[in-house]
Design a protein around this ligand. Structure first.
Ligand SMILES: Nc1ncnc2c1ncn2[C@@H]1O[C@H](COP(=O)(O)OP(=O)(O)OP(=O)(O)O)[C@@H](O)[C@H]1O
Length: 259
């Protein structure tokens, strides 16, 4: 039955941090992610992208609207194991690692917290899945490069067999070649591991290379959405044109066909 549902369905989501009357950080946003799809959410700093990710991961409550994963509602009130279907990876993976704990120690802790979901793979095979040598299991977080740390963060998420990965600027701190390797890894995981990804970024160039569909956010609202090719070739909103013009290699609007 569940295959008829979108993996992620966000409907009219509103997130308000201040009191009623203050403008919401997220304002009536609806987003869908289908099975094995990588969907982009772009927008400038403060446009509400991370807030959407936090609610979709069940880490923060919605003020209004609904979020379902495979047809089931998700919220911070649910037991942790019911929220494991969705995992989040952040720009700074080290922020979620214990600095005194080796990679293996961190995995052991996750296995203890999620006994029923994590027995499917060994630590060694898990690292292999993300393209890392198992010798890194003995390392502490500060002994990993930025790209290795991000792969470990993705491995930790994968260990829980999520249906949806929310990747919030996962490559922004990496240099271009390492960034490309992480994007390749995410593509491969969607293909081989039955994973879907909501990819949050301020960088339209990265989204263009990774995402078939994109939602453009501004001031908490979706200002346009559609196939990435279509949105980039025929942006309908002035703000999207500005975001596009900021991509190196796009010389102002010359390459764009704007009605
Ligand atoms: N926990 C919080 N408490 C109060 N206000 C918050 C909180 N989290 C975010 N905000 C505010 O909500 C708005 C949207 O923030 P959000 O982090 O979702 O945007 P973003 O698009 O992800 O930005 P960035 O790209 O800089 O991460 C901002 O005005 C921010 O200051």
């Amino acid at each position: 039955m569940s295959e008829h549902h979108e993996v992620l369905a966000i409907r009219d989501l509103t997130v308000r941090y201040g009191r009623a009357g203050t403008p919401p950080a997220v304002d009536s946003v609806s987003i869908d992610v289908s099975r094995r799809e990588i969907v982009g959410v772009v927008g400038e700093s403060g446009s509400g992208k991370t807030s959407i990710g936090m609610v979709a991961a069940g880490l923060w409550p919605a003020t209004g609207g609904s979020v379902t994963i495979e047809g089931r509602p998700i919220s911070p009130r649910m037991p942790r194991r019911d929220r494991a279907l969705v995992q989040m990876a952040f720009q700074d993976p080290n922020a979620s690692f214990d600095p005194r704990q080796s990679v293996r120690g961190g995995l052991r802790e996750l296995r203890r917290l999620h006994k029923e979901r994590t027995g499917w793979i060994s630590d060694e095979d898990l690292l292999r899945r993300v393209g890392l040598d198992s010798v890194l299991l003995g390392r502490l977080p500060h002994q990993l490069s930025g790209g290795q740390a991000q792969r470990i963060a993705v491995a930790r998420a994968l260990l829980l067999r999520p249906k949806l990965l929310i990747a919030d600027e996962p490559t922004s701190a990496l240099d271009v070649s390492v960034q490309a390797q992480i994007l390749d890894l995410l593509r491969a995981l969607c293909r081989d591991e039955d994973l879907s990804i909501l990819f949050i970024s301020h960088d339209l160039a990265v989204v263009r290379s990774l995402c078939r569909r994109v939602y453009v956010m501004r001031h908490g609202q979706v200002v346009e959405s559609g196939s990435t090719d279509e949105v980039m070739a025929h942006p309908r909103h002035e703000y999207t044109v500005k975001l596009l013009a900021a991509i190196p290699g796009n010389f102002g609007n010359q390459k764009l066909d704007i009605e």
